[in-house]
Design a protein around this ligand. Structure first.
Ligand code: NAI
Ligand code: MG
Length: 362
């Protein structure tokens, strides 16, 4: 059966790394391993230059109709002065909201070849494979009221509001427990129930979901302790589920255990369709458009390619093929090939195209 992919390369290195994914798609289609039809759209500055908006209605509709969206990165100094509502990042927020992708999956994997060269203690990170499941569409980033008021005496008051409802916590918890079943079978839920009412509800709901998964080991952890433990002994974790704010911070901390931003993929999933059971899905590297290296052909395409591997796994059930793509990445690193961002002083580095080709040939 044919599956549709909408490719949104965006700006800067987004366009350069997407090309390498397209080569892999062409190859898997050619081998009869997949039957993807691909369409392209403009997002971010690229869309603004042509249509004066960060993403067109037509492309939003295409994203909603696609089986999966593969997104590069948006932004850059060229668009610093465009009106706030049309800034490149607006495309990302709009698409996440329209697709209702509330579950952000951020794996932090440390490839053996990079563990050797890391400045971190090797035994701490070698074989690391954590999945942080971050709630993406609720919490303090979206809650109302959200404002700054002038108190008139030279003082101002800023308010952000953390809001979570039962259904929002329930559905993200279920994503985490379902994923844990496909991995080592362990979930940590991080909140601050000691000082936050939203944390109390978070814990209550996650615990009730945990009762539906007696086969999955469940642990509660306070979010500040989770930060400390991620640095002290990260391999104790498998799946960690947490809210939007803590997830933002904890996933960045976990990310740094793995090497470079250029290595980190992500997936954002929506609720299963009541009829087809399929989830809306959005796959993107964690990094941005890297204006400092855009156009030089030296960007690391691994985060982008690994995001595509996540699409194979989570949207299309092609678990074995996803594993092969990931194994190809590990093998290429094992051969000593490095882009500049993961380069070591005694090693020659290669460019985006060479890295893409090396992964494809594996
Ligand atoms: P960035 O992630 O683009 O770059 C940070 C640093 O990491 C830079 O030195 C860059 O060269 C390096 N880097 C990032 N990805 C790399 C890769 N694949 N290979 C090699 N090196 C890589 O973050 P920055 O500089 O803060 O933001 C640049 C622009 O990207 C801004 O306009 C920002 O708003 C936007 N941005 C977009 C995101 C998205 O589209 N999801 C996410 C983060 C930032
Ligand atoms: Mg962040």
């Amino acid at each position: 059966m044919s599956h549709s992919l909408l490719l949104l390369p965006g700006d800067g290195i987004g366009t350069e790394i997407m090309v390498e994914v397209e080569k892999i798609i062409a190859w898997t289609n050619g081998e009869g391993l997949t039957d993807f039809s691909t369409d392209h759209g403009l997002v971010g500055g690229a869309a603004f230059d042509k249509h004066q908006v960060a993403v067109t209605e037509e492309d939003v509709e295409k994203a909603k109709a696609a089986d999966a969206v593969i997104f590069g990165a948006v932004g850059g100094p060229k668009w610093d002065d465009v009106p706030y509502e049309h800034r490149p990042e607006a495309a990302l927020l709009r698409l996440r909201k329209e697709l209702g992708v509330f579950a952000n999956l951020r794996p932090a994997i440390c490839y053996p070849a990079l563990a050797e060269a890391s400045s971190l203690k090797r035994e701490l990170i070698e074989g690391l494979d954590i999945l942080i499941v971050r709630e993406l569409t609720g919490g303090v980033y979206f809650g109302e009221p959200k404002q700054i008021t002038d108190l008139g005496n030279g003082q101002k008051r800023a308010v952000d509001t953390q809001v979570y409802e039962t259904y929002e916590i329930d559905r993200i918890a279920r994503v985490a427990f379902d994923l844990a079943r496909t991995r080592s079978g362990k979930v940590h839920s991080a909140d601050k129930k000691n000082v936050m009412k939203s944390g109390v509800l978070w814990d209550e709901v996650v615990r009730s979901v945990a009762r539906d998964y007696p086969d999955v080991e469940f642990h509660h952890i306070l979010a500040d302790n989770a930060a400390m433990q991620l640095v002290r002994n990260p391999k104790q974790f498998d799946v960690m589920v947490t809210d939007n704010l803590f997830g933002d911070i904890l996933s960045d901390a976990a990310a740094m255990l793995t090497g470079s931003l250029g290595m980190l993929p992500s997936a954002s999933l929506g609720a299963p369709d009541p009829v087809t059971g399929k989830r809306k899905a959005f796959y993107e590297p964690v990094h941005g458009s890297a204006p400092d290296i855009a156009g030089k052909g030296i960007a690391n395409p691994i985060a982008m390619i690994a995001s595509f591997a996540m699409a194979l796994r989570y949207s299309f059930g092609l678990v074995e093929l996803a594993g092969k793509v990931e194994a190809a990445i590990a093998a290429v690193l094992g051969d000593g090939l490095r882009t500049a961002d993961i380069g070591e002083s005694n090693r020659k580095t290669i460019g985006t195209e060479e890295m893409g080709a090396a992964i494809l040939s594996k």
